[in-house]
Unconditional design. Structure first.
Length: 136
């Protein structure tokens, strides 16, 4: 799609910082969360820059937007799991705050990038067609 490298995208760079922050934070979690919330949080965090990178190499803007949407969903997954960790007393709110702020920044950057790519209808949609009712 583009000659630029995904590593040059500021949103990818910030997402990498978010992954690092999540890894550092989850090191503090109790051992009994190692295969639970720790694993889930780390996977969701890694998914963010991974989807940005994979999407940037796609052939169309629509494909890129789809991967960016997936990355954005993973940001919300990370935020939810961080809040859950606070509620479970795995970490305190103050410890989670900077990571939550970084996730918010990544989310806003993804929203801006998605918006900059413009609207494209889904394949097969014209925007003014009505759904089929089954009555012919």
């Amino acid at each position: 799609m583009s000659s630029s490298r995904y590593q040059d995208l500021v949103v990818w760079q910030k997402a990498m910082l978010l992954v690092k922050s999540v890894y550092q934070l989850t090191k503090r979690f109790p051992d009994d969360e190692r295969f639970g919330l720790t694993s889930q949080l780390r996977r969701a965090a890694v998914s963010i820059p991974s989807n940005i990178a994979e999407g940037q190499d796609r052939l169309t803007k629509g494909e890129f937007k789809q991967f960016l949407g997936t990355a954005r969903g993973s940001v919300f997954e990370v935020e939810t799991q961080l809040l859950l960790a606070v509620n479970l007393n795995d970490i305190d709110q103050a410890s989670a705050q900077s990571t939550l702020e970084l996730s918010g920044e990544v989310s806003r950057m993804l929203n801006g990038l998605i918006k900059s790519l413009g609207d494209q209808p889904a394949p097969g949609r014209t925007g003014n067609s009505k759904p089929e009712t089954g009555n012919s």
